[in-house]
Design a protein around this ligand. Sequence first.
Ligand code: NAD
Length: 258
Amino acid sequence: MKRFIKKVAIVTGAGSGIGRATALRLSREGASVVLVDRSEAGLLETENGLAEGTRALKRVMDVSDEAAVQALVQDVMATFGQIDVLCNNAGIAGSHPPVTENDAAEWQQILAVNLIGTMLFIKHVAPHMQARKLGAIVNTASVAGIRSGAGGNAYSASKAGVINLTQTAACDLGSDNVRVNAVCPGLVETGMTRRVFDYARANEKAHKLGSRCELRRYGAAEEIAAAILFLASDDASYITGQALPVDGGNTASLNLPG
Ligand code: NAD
């Protein structure tokens, strides 16, 4: 499939995990890619994996820094002249304290990256899409934003915010033919979850990870990327304002013990 020929796609968090898998598949499907991450080493590794001949721009930056977002968007427009796809994927997790032991500074940091970073990219990219009456935005939320128990409470609240922002932005931008959707991944082995997987393997419990999903396994970054590309593509031309769980059926069931 080559659904993104002559298209320009920005991917945040492109230096690892789901963002890297998304950027690599976009490049294989013909897109020019803008790779954003705070990790230079991660971006280099992603860049090395791009399909031959892919036009790429990479930027080491913090997605919660509005001046940096604005400068990047200006540079992308100067370089490519258009932005067709925005994948807001950069994210951080955090600790899992009970609600009575929350740390306000940690909440602010998680909300700044996961929610405000997503908002800032939509704010500065969408006007360029509206001007062409064309664009697709896909935000990476999480099953943690749908129900509790899949992450710390700051992380979960940030992802619930991303789902709601997805709906709000879809309503604001729909009349200009700019679609906004989200994916809600379940458990996927990436940099973010490496410690969970390392611990499980060290304790011979790896086979149990993902056992509460209906498909009885955890997901791969490439499977989330496939859903992101579907929502970003013309195959999803009548879908907007939706949050698609990509979770092996995890949210389809109550998963009661026993
Ligand atoms: P990851 O840690 O492998 O990748 C996240 C990337 O985001 C990293 O390269 C990191 O450097 C970058 N990043 C973090 N903060 C940044 C910032 N302020 N500015 C720029 N870049 C920043 O993790 P992942 O699992 O690939 O995460 C991608 C997205 O998927 C995240 O939004 C995460 O919340 C979401 N998600 C992951 C899972 C999972 O099980 N892995 C499940 C649900 C949702």
